[in-house]
Design a protein around this ligand. Structure first.
Ligand code: G3I
Length: 352
């Protein structure tokens, strides 16, 4: 009887109405790590001190495929005098990356906060200033050629309103600071033609004035033949920051056609710097949702422009924010015991 019922219900034109064959969704293993699921690099800032802890290095190697030196590849830590360099810490970081198949992102060749004291107190004229900086850039980029696949050539040269920082030794020394920075991008290119060269700053997506200045600089570099491959927006954010503005700003930044790097991501939750703050389950979920939203907005960029998302550290245990912001701060993907937080799950859910 059942067979007769099925046959009678068949519409001759369409043939038997057998249940549709479920084509299985592309099987995505449930336990993928963020680096396994992402179609772009997942980085973390790191230090030689952190690498001494086995739990840290195993977490770093399992979940990340790129590292950025949090501070030990900056001028103040390498450029020890006009004729000498201190390579040991930077070498240790670069060798760790090489030995563990991690991409190394060089940070940063030029930063107004990191000119060594001996250099700034010398009060060089613009010719000597540039000659010494060119020698420095050439020495550093050549040394790590082939391992540091990318460099922040310049970091934080603009104010939020797009004006140039007047507390920058470059601004004080050169009538045309942007042209000087353009020549420094060329010095880096000459030292390692394969390295991707970035301009890095904070709040580019959120500050219209700064974003306009960055885009103008990119256009000028293209016009005048200075090389630039990408822009890093640091994304040191508060869990209360404006996601909509961030999303539209990031999309606008991508109109440059350059690689985009979310380069120093951490999400502060203790927004009022309260001594009584409790990182409750609901606060953890709020942070997770924020991580997911940031990853999703990055995923909406053209695939070819997605360079990497780098968190500014692995674990809440050694975030820079404990000093700079508040000891009760929990901004990263792993807790102080290297356990994945809800933030990690949010990041993972945000990945395509
Ligand atoms: O741990 C050493 C200590 O052993 C040594 O005795 C002491 C003396 O120099 O230095 C200690 O290291 C300090 C390190 O933070 C500790 O993590 C360095 O001095 C100090 O310079 C370093 O500060 C770093 C800062 O940049 C300046 O380089 C922060 O870690 C780092 O998170 C911060 O990162 C910056 C990015 O480069 C650019 N964007 C903003 C971001 C936050 O300021």
């Amino acid at each position: 009887m059942l067979l007769l019922t099925i046959l009678l219900s068949c519409d001759k034109e369409e043939g038997p109405t057998a249940p549709p064959i479920e084509t299985p969704e592309e099987e995505v293993p449930a336990d993928l790590t963020i680096k396994e699921k992402a179609k772009f690099n997942i980085g973390s800032a790191t230090t030689t001190a952190a690498l001494k802890e086995p739990a840290y290095t195993s977490t770093l190697k399992k979940h990340f495929n790129q590292v950025t030196a949090e501070y030990e590849m900056k001028m103040a830590h390498i450029w020890s005098s006009s004729t000498s360099y201190s390579w040991d810490k930077a070498d240790e970081l670069v060798n760790f990356a090489k030995e563990n198949n991690l991409e190394m992102h060089g940070h940063t060749l030029l930063w107004y906060k990191s000119f060594p004291g001996w250099f700034t107190s010398a009060n060089y004229d613009s010719v000597s200033f540039e000659n010494k900086v060119k020698t420095y850039i050439t020495a550093v980029v050549s040394r790590y050629k082939g391992t540091a696949i990318s460099w922040d050539v310049a970091n934080e040269i603009f104010n939020d309103n797009g004006s140039l920082r007047v507390d920058d030794a470059v601004y004080v020394t050169f009538k045309d600071p942007v042209a000087f920075y353009g020549r420094c991008f060329q010095y880096a290119r000459d030292a390692d033609p394969a390295a991707k060269l970035f301009y890095n700053d904070y709040r580019i997506a959120l500050s219209g004035g700064k974003r306009y200045a960055v885009k103008q600089m990119v256009e000028r570099f293209k016009r005048e033949g200075f090389p630039i491959d990408g822009i890093g927006d640091q994304f040191h954010t508060l869990v209360s920051s404006g996601l909509a503005s961030m999303k539209s700003g990031l999309k606008d930044l991508a109109t440059t056609g350059l690689l985009i790097h979310i380069s120093e991501l951490d999400i502060r939750v203790n927004v009022n710097k309260s001594d009584n703050y409790v990182f409750s389950t609901s606060e953890q979920q709020k942070q997770a949702d924020f991580y997911k939203a940031i990853v999703e907005m990055f995923e909406e960029l053209p695939q070819a422009q997605k360079f990497a998302i780098t968190t500014w550290g692995v674990t809440d245990k050694n975030t820079w924010l404990s000093d700079w912001w508040h000891p009760k701060e929990y901004p990263l993907l792993f807790d102080k015991n290297f356990q994945k937080k809800k933030a990690y799950d949010g990041f993972l859910e945000g990945l395509n």
